[in-house]
Design a binder for this molecule. Structure first.
Ligand code: AMP
Ligand code: GLY
Length: 430
């Protein structure tokens, strides 16, 4: 099979790496890809939002299955477009992608189908939102309705901060039309977990649980980022709790979507807060998580291509169960100086070969590019440059979470670039 993976981050590197292990696969393309992805796939410079360019490429290269990383590509309706030409594609269609593209849509679906989530109210007028905040007090959470690259959620402690968040989203229009509506919701407390499943809208196959680390600094301090690390399995998700999350959140959601006439195929990712009153949904994503995927896929023994193909064909019942490595996996993200604000680029990365040679270690690239080599044929000490905020995801398996943490940080110690920073406490909650 010829596979196309769309995207350019650590998640897409992990996907390409896993897909490359499938005996079904002859060739992988990745658009646009990155420096590390080029080790396992042919990178082609087509933007993830260029749906007609991607369509044309898929037809020309006779791609057998397309796999999408980013939500923006999905919410543009790439799946609907590909299906018009009977091209196999793994991911939800435009209507189903609303589960991530509109928080109002997903919260209203949760309310309608009795799916546990924080109490909430929707506003399309900033003055009414501020009045509601004054009446109801803080803490609370203010969320832009639409896609905001992970930045549209503000957890606030005071009424003043909450009103500022409303102004930022609705009056300053920080996220454009994504802030036409907002949600104000109850602030939940507990540990978070990411539950990802693959579904064809009838059958559901769960991936191993994971926990993300969203804040930039140790002990969950500082601003939110795209994710500074993850580990799998999430210790907080015990087997009975996993079952409860599937029954009360995941199955109800997929059934609810079906009742709304939405055929959901692809990954459904539930971000869940484990509160003292049980699991409650924070959000849904319609794609693989980043960096959860980097911590989950090294544990997957089954052929991911087989599962994604079956889901895209509506034949997931063929796939009974996935087989997992019982070991734990930890992924530590190495970031550029300045991230999550403006960050530096173009720094040489050292030690990748040495880290990559360690047993059970995988180094997934996120923001890297291949250095243009002047001395033709001469082996360079550094072949890669930084090109993004999150640069690498260093992952390792270990007999238990403690071993996985130790091995991962040993691998991290071998890698360096100017301004590199990372969290030292990934996995410690487990
Ligand atoms: P979301 O994009 O909705 O998952 O929000 C991003 C992050 O904001 C989540 O991972 C949580 O850390 C936090 N968050 C979102 N909703 C709530 C809530 N109701 N209570 C507490 N924290 C929340
Ligand atoms: N790790 C959070 C996300 O993928 O949205």
């Amino acid at each position: 099979m010829r596979i196309l993976v769309i995207g350019s981050g650590g998640r897409e590197h992990a996907l390409c790496w896993k897909i490359a292990q499938s005996p079904l696969v002859d060739k992988i393309f990745c658009t646009p890809g990155n420096g590390g992805i080029a080790q396992v796939a042919e990178c082609v410079d087509i933007k993830s939002e260029d749906i007609s360019g991607l369509l044309e490429f898929t037809k020309r290269e006779k791609i057998d299955l397309t796999v999408i990383g980013p939500e923006a590509t999905l919410s543009l309706g790439i799946v609907d477009e590909f299906l018009k030409y009977n091209l196999k594609i793994f991911g939800p269609n435009k209507a189903a992608s609303m589960m991530e593209a509109s928080k109002v849509f997903s919260k209203e679906l949760m309310a309608k189908y009795n799916i546990p989530t924080a109490n909430f109210k929707v506003f399309d007028n900033p003055d009414e939102a501020k009045k509601y905040i004054e009446e109801n007090g803080a803490p609370c959470v203010v969320k832009a309705d639409g896609l905001a690259a992970g930045k549209g959620v503000v957890v606030v402690k005071t009424i003043d901060e909450a009103k500022k968040a409303v102004s930022f989203i609705m009056e300053d229009r920080a996220f454009g039309d994504a802030g036409n509506k907002i949600i104000i919701e109850e602030c939940l407390e507990g540990q978070e977990a990411s539950i990802l499943v693959i579904t064809d809208s009838k059958e559901v196959v769960a991936l191993a649980s994971a926990q993300d680390h969203k804040r930039i600094f140790d002990n969950d301090l500082g601003p939110n980022t795209g994710g500074m690390g993850a580990y799998s399995p999430a210790a907080v998700v015990t087997p009975p709790l996993f079952k409860e999350i599937l029954e009360r959140i995941v199955y109800r959601t997929i059934d609810g979507l079906a009742k709304e006439g939405i055929d959901y195929r692809g990954v459904l990712y539930a971000g869940v807060m484990i509160t003292k009153d049980g699991p409650k949904t924070l959000e849904f994503n319609v794609r693989f998580g980043d960096p959860e995927t980097q911590a989950i896929l090294p544990r997957l023994k089954s052929d991911l291509v087989e599962v994604m193909l079956a889901a895209s064909e509506g034949k997931l019942s063929k796939v009974k169960n996935l087989s997992w490595d019982s070991r734990a996996c930890v992924c530590v993200v190495l970031a550029s100086k300045g991230y999550p604000g403006d960050y530096e680029k173009g720094k040489e990365i050292f030690g990748l070969d040495e880290a990559g040679r360690m047993k059970d270690v995988a180094v997934f690239h996120a923001g890297t590019q291949i250095k243009l080599i002047n001395d033709v044929g001469q082996k360079q000490e550094s072949e890669y440059l930084t090109s993004g905020g999150r640069v690498l995801g260093v992952c390792s398996l270990g007999e238990n979470i403690k071993d996985a943490i130790n091995y991962t940080y040993q691998a991290v110690d071998k890698i360096s670039f100017e301004g590199m920073h990372y969290r030292k406490d990934i996995g410690s909650k487990a």
